[in-house]
Design a protein around this ligand. Structure first.
Ligand SMILES: [Mg+2]
Length: 252
């Protein structure tokens, strides 16, 4: 059976605070030598991952915007909705609720909201399948808004700063598509939006979070180390157990 690794990015492959990832590089080398692909499954945009993946030496297929689309070379498989469709659903609700979306503001405003530099803000704003909103109405109104969107075929994800609107998908949905290649799937993640992905995999691994947050789920492996250290810890253990050779030369 061939293996495929599917992984969340923030807090899992990338350190939550300083975005470091050196610890995973020797493991990625080992996987590459064994022909095991790494499919990154992120809430980020395609533009954000493309700007970053060279640092990981990665050119495998990837999933963006919380399970909205799977990119494989020139091919794209959409599981969510196009952003234009999302904005269309949103239109009639604008008079009823107070909120401001990425679509409504300048790049300068997005830089203020996110604290990102211009180039990074541009990549974050390059959304194809989702719309982040800053909610400016009451929590009760937010509940009603989310329910109305669900009735209209959208889904909402509550992040710290933004309410994310997307099609009815999640990080687990594209995994059925990956399975067409008859692979055993190992998935790694750290937050509730990773749950469907972890459950859809053959082996689910929960990566410990720096804030002590514990993702509740049955039948998962759990790292003891945090973020990318935990990723390297658990993938090394799994590859050792599967007797995948380690021919890696140490990255000084
Ligand atoms: Mg994460």
């Amino acid at each position: 059976m061939k293996l495929m690794v599917v992984s969340d990015l923030d807090g899992t492959l990338l350190d939550h605070h300083d975005y470091s990832f050196e610890e995973v590089l020797p493991v990625l080398d080992r996987m590459e030598q064994a022909g095991i692909p790494l499919v990154v499954n992120t809430s980020k945009t395609r533009a954000e991952w493309l700007a970053m993946r060279g640092d990981f030496g990665n050119s495998d297929p990837f999933i963006v915007e919380n399970g909205s689309a799977l990119y494989d070379g020139e091919k794209v498989e959409v599981f969510g909705l196009r952003r234009s469709e999302i904005l269309e659903v949103l239109k009639p609700l604008r008079s009823k609720f107070r909120f401001t979306g990425y679509h409504d503001v300048s790049l300068q405003k997005i830089m203020e909201w996110t604290g990102l530099d211009r180039q990074s803000a541009e990549r974050s704003a390059d959304r194809q399948f989702s719309e982040p909103l800053v909610w400016q109405d009451s929590p009760e109104a937010e509940e009603e808004f989310c329910r109305m969107l669900r009735d209209r075929g959208l889904m909402t994800l509550r992040g710290g700063r933004f309410l994310h609107l997307l099609g009815q998908t999640d990080k687990g949905r594209p995994l059925a598509h990956l399975r067409k290649e008859k692979v055993a799937l190992i998935a790694l993640g750290d937050r509730p939006n990773d749950l469907e992905m972890l459950e859809a995999a053959d082996i689910g691994v929960i990566i410990a979070a720096p804030d002590g947050y514990v993702l509740e789920a049955e039948g998962m492996l759990r790292s003891t180390k945090i973020g990318p250290r935990g990723w390297a810890e658990m993938m090394t253990r799994i590859l050792d157990e599967l007797k995948i050779p380690n021919l890696t030369i140490n990255h000084g």
